[in-house]
Design a protein around this ligand. Structure first.
Ligand SMILES: Cc1cc2nc3c(=O)[nH]c(=O)nc-3n(C[C@H](O)[C@H](O)[C@H](O)COP(=O)(O)OP(=O)(O)OC[C@H]3O[C@@H](n4cnc5c(N)ncnc54)[C@H](O)[C@@H]3O)c2cc1C
Length: 576
C-alpha cells in the first residue's frame, strides 16, 4: 500500500503521485515569463485552438514547442502555478536531445547539464562494471546527460516564448473533457477561485503525468504491476564544489544488504537512494537518527550537508490500455510508467510527442487522413516496452540478494567486460536498446526488404555544404520530409512534385571539399554511406521526426500518393 508521511513527503510510485503537497495557490494568475508564458489573450471564458495540451511537465512543454514551431494554435493548461521544484528525473538520452536540438534548445540546456558521467556498479568496495553513458550512438548529440529537472523545464518553457501561436495557462486544473466528431472541450478550474472556463480544441494531448485525470476521464485503464518494496530518497545540497563540466560518478550500490543509488548532479545537487529494508519504516528513516545512519552508510557526514528533501516511494510498471480515444491522446507518464533505473522517464515522453506532433501537423495543415494519428501508438509502444524491460533488468542486477547469484553476477560481468566485442559495447552503454519504431501499424513504406531501414532513425553526422562550413545533418533536414540520397539515387519525381525536400549527398572520396555544388552536402565522415550500405541503399526518404520511411530500394509508386498527402500544404519553418 502507498504510505504517506505528512506534508513534506510525497509518496510516489514511479510517477503515480498519491499525495503531493500543493504549491502555494496564487491569488492572481501569474504571467511571469520565467516560469510560465502567456503568449495569447487567455482572458475570454472560452478559447478555441487546434490542440490543447494538459500538463506542462517535460512532455507537455516539449509538445508545446513542437507545435509552436509548426505554427499550430495550441493552448497548454497546467494545474500548478510554477515549475515543480523537486528534482525527479535526473537524466535524458540522445533521442530526447536530438528532439530538443531540432527545437533550438539543446545548447541552452547543455549550459547546466553534465555530459561527462561515468556509471559504476559496485558491490562492497569492488566495482564490477563501469561505463560511460554519454557516448552518442549515431544521433549526433551527447548520450545520457544529467541535470536538475527544474532547470531543464525552465529552458523548455522559455523556448515557448518564441511561438505566438502557443498560449500557456498556469494555474488551471483540467477537470472535465467531452468530445464529439469535430472537437474536444476541456473544462478548466482556475487556481485563483474564479469561475470555471472551457477550452475547445480539435485534438487534446494529455501530458498530465502518472496520475492523469484525463486518462481517467477517458475511461482508459492503466494495467500493470506495483512493486511493493519501498525505496527512500534523500536530496542534498552537495558537500563539494564542482564546476558544471566536471565529470560525475553515478553509482549503483549493488549490495545485497542495502542496494541503492548514488547520484551526484550538476549545480551542486546530490541524490542518494536506498532500499528500505525489512523491519524499517520510512518514518524511522526520516528522523535525524535515521538520516544520519543512512548517510553514514555512504560515507556522508550529516553535519556537513544540507538536506532539502527526503521521501519514500515504490515503483509502478504500467502502460495505458490505449493511447488514443477519439480526439484525445495520452503521452509521457500519462501513457506509461516505468521504474527509474534506466533513467528513461523524461526521454520516453519526449519520444512520444516527437512522434505525435508532426502527425498532428500533417492532419491539421496538410491533406493527411486523421487515420495517420492511429500510427502513434503502434510505432511508440514497442520502444516503451523494450526500455521498461531494460530498466527492470538493471533493477534486478542491482537488487540481487542470493549470495550465490551475487557472486555469479560479479564474475560473469567481469569476464564479459574482458571480451573483445562485448566489453567495449557494455562500457559504452551499448546494451541499451536502440530506438526503433514499431513498423506494424506504423506509417512506413509498404514493401519491406530484408535489412530494411524502415522505422530506424537516420544518423546525424556533420556534413559540409558549398559554403564549406560543417553543419549537423538535422540543420539541413530542417524538420521536413526529405529525400537524402547519393548521386545514383536522386529524388523520385513524384516526391519532388509533392514538396519533399532533397538533400543531395556526395561521397567524401569523390568530391574535393572546396568543390561542392550548391544544394549538395559531403558526407565527410562516411557515416551515411555506411548506414545506407547496411541496407544496400543509396537514398532514404526521411520523415520530419528523422525516421526512415523507406529506402530507395523499397519505395514504390504506391507510396508516392500516400506521402504526398501528408506533405502537401505543410509550412514548417524549422529552428534546428
Ligand atoms: C516523485 C517522482 C520521482 C521521479 N524520479 C525519477 C527518476 O529518478 N528518473 C526518471 O527517469 N524519472 C523519474 N520520475 C519520472 C519523471 O519525472 C517523469 O517520467 C517525467 O517527469 C514525465 O514527464 P511528464 O511531463 O510526462 O509528466 P510530469 O512531469 O508528471 O508532468 C505532468 C504535469 O501535468 C500537470 N497536471 C496533472 N494533472 C493536471 C490537470 N488535471 N490539469 C492540468 N495540469 C495537470 C502536473 O502538475 C505536471 O506539471 C519521477 C517522477 C516523480 C513524480
Amino acid at each position: 500500500m502507498p504510505y504517506s508521511l505528512g506534508n513534506d513527503v510525497i509518496v510516489t510510485h514511479g510517477g503515480i503521485v498519491s499525495q503531493v503537497p500543493r504549491h502555494p495557490v496564487a491569488h492572481s494568475r501569474p504571467t511571469s515569463r520565467n516560469n510560465m508564458t502567456s503568449s495569447n489573450d487567455v482572458g475570454s471564458p472560452t478559447l478555441d485552438v487546434d490542440v490543447v495540451i494538459i500538463g506542462f511537465g517535460p512532455t507537455g512543454a516539449t509538445a508545446a514547442n513542437l507545435l509552436g514551431q509548426r505554427g499550430i494554435r495550441t493552448a497548454v493548461a497546467e494545474r500548478d502555478v510554477s515549475i515543480y521544484p523537486r528534482q525527479r528525473a535526473i537524466a535524458s538520452d540522445e533521442d530526447a536531445h536530438r528532439v530538443w536540438q531540432g527545437l533550438g534548445l539543446f545548447d541552452d540546456m547543455l549550459a547546466t547539464m553534465s555530459t561527462d558521467v561515468r556509471v559504476h556498479f559496485k558491490h562492497g568496495d569492488k566495482t564490477f562494471l563501469s561505463m560511460t553513458s554519454s557516448q552518442s550512438h549515431d544521433q549526433g548529440v551527447p548520450g545520457m546527460c544529467y541535470y536538475h529537472q527544474p532547470e531543464l523545464e525552465r529552458v523548455l518553457r522559455q523556448g515557448i516564448e518564441r511561438f505566438p501561436s502557443v498560449t500557456v495557462m498556469p494555474g488551471y486544473d483540467a477537470i472535465d473533457l467531452v468530445q464529439d466528431e469535430q472537437s474536444v472541450t476541456v473544462t478548466l478550474r482556475p487556481a485563483d477561485g474564479s469561475p470555471d472556463r472551457t477550452i475547445t480544441g480539435r485534438y487534446v494531448i494529455a501530458c498530465d503525468g502518472g496520475s492523469s485525470s484525463i486518462r481517467k476521464l477517458l475511461g482508459i485503464a492503466l494495467p500493470g504491476k506495483h512493486i511493493e518494496e519501498p525505496w527512500f530518497d534523500i536530496q542534498l545540497r552537495a558537500w563539494y564544489d564542482l564546476p558544471v563540466d566536471a565529470p560525475l560518478d553515478f553509482t549503483f550500490i549493488s549490495d545485497p544488504h542495502r542496494p541503492g543509488v548514488d547520484c551526484p548532479c550538476p549545480m551542486g545537487y546530490h541524490r542518494v537512494e536506498f532500499r528500505v529494508n525489512k523491519g524499517e519504516t520510512v518514518e524511522q528513516l526520516q528522523t535525524e537518527e535515521g538520516l544520519r545512519g543512512l548517510l553514514a552508510e555512504r560515507g556522508i557526514d550529516y553535519d556537513q550537508v544540507e538536506i532539502y528533501r527526503s521521501w519514500g516511494y515504490t515503483f509502478h510498471i504500467r502502460q495505458a490500455e490505449q493511447w488514443r480515444k477519439g480526439r484525445a491522446f495520452l503521452a509521457g507518464d500519462a501513457a506509461h510508467i516505468m521504474p527509474p533505473f534506466a533513467g528513461q522517464g523524461v526521454s520516453s515522453g519526449v519520444r512520444d510527442v516527437a512522434n505525435l506532433c508532426w502527425k498532428l501537423d500533417a492532419v491539421l495543415n496538410a491533406h493527411a487522413s486523421p487515420s495517420l494519428l492511429d500510427t502513434y501508438e503502434p510505432e511508440r509502444r514497442p520502444n516503451v516496452q523494450q526500455l521498461t524491460d531494460f530498466s527492470l533488468r538493471i533493477g534486478k542486477l542491482v537488487m540481487l540478494e542470493n549470495p550465490t547469484a551475487v557472486r555469479m553476477r560479479d564474475s560473469v560481468i567481469r569476464a564479459a567486460m574482458k571480451l573483445p566485442t562485448l566489453g567495449p559495447l557494455i562500457k559504452s552503454n551499448g546494451l541499451k536498446p536502440r530506438y526503433q519504431l514499431g513498423t506494424t501499424g506504423g506509417f512506413f513504406g509498404r514493401t519491406a526488404l530484408r535489412r530494411s531501414p524502415r522505422g530506424s532513425f537516420i544518423a546525424q553526422p556533420w556534413v559540409t555544404g558549398s559554403d564549406l562550413t560543417p553543419v549537423r545533418l538535422d540543420t539541413v533536414l530542417d524538420n521536413k520530409w526529405t529525400w537524402v540520397g547519393f548521386p545514383s539515387a536522386p529524388i523520385p519525381t513524384p516526391l519532388a512534385e509533392a514538396g519533399v525536400h532533397e538533400v543531395k549527398l556526395e561521397y567524401s572520396s569523390a568530391v574535393a571539399v572546396h568543390d561542392v555544388a550548391a544544394g549538395h552536402y559531403v558526407d565527410s565522415e562516411g557515416t551515411l554511406e555506411r548506414q545506407m550500405h547496411r541496407s544496400r541503399a543509396r537514398g532514404f526518404l526521411v520523415r520530419p521526426d528523422k525516421f526512415i520511411y523507406a529506402s530507395d530500394r523499397e519505395i514504390s509508386s504506391d507510396d508516392y500518393a500516400r506521402v504526398a498527402a501528408v506533405v502537401e500544404g505543410l509550412q514548417l519553418s524549422g529552428t534546428a
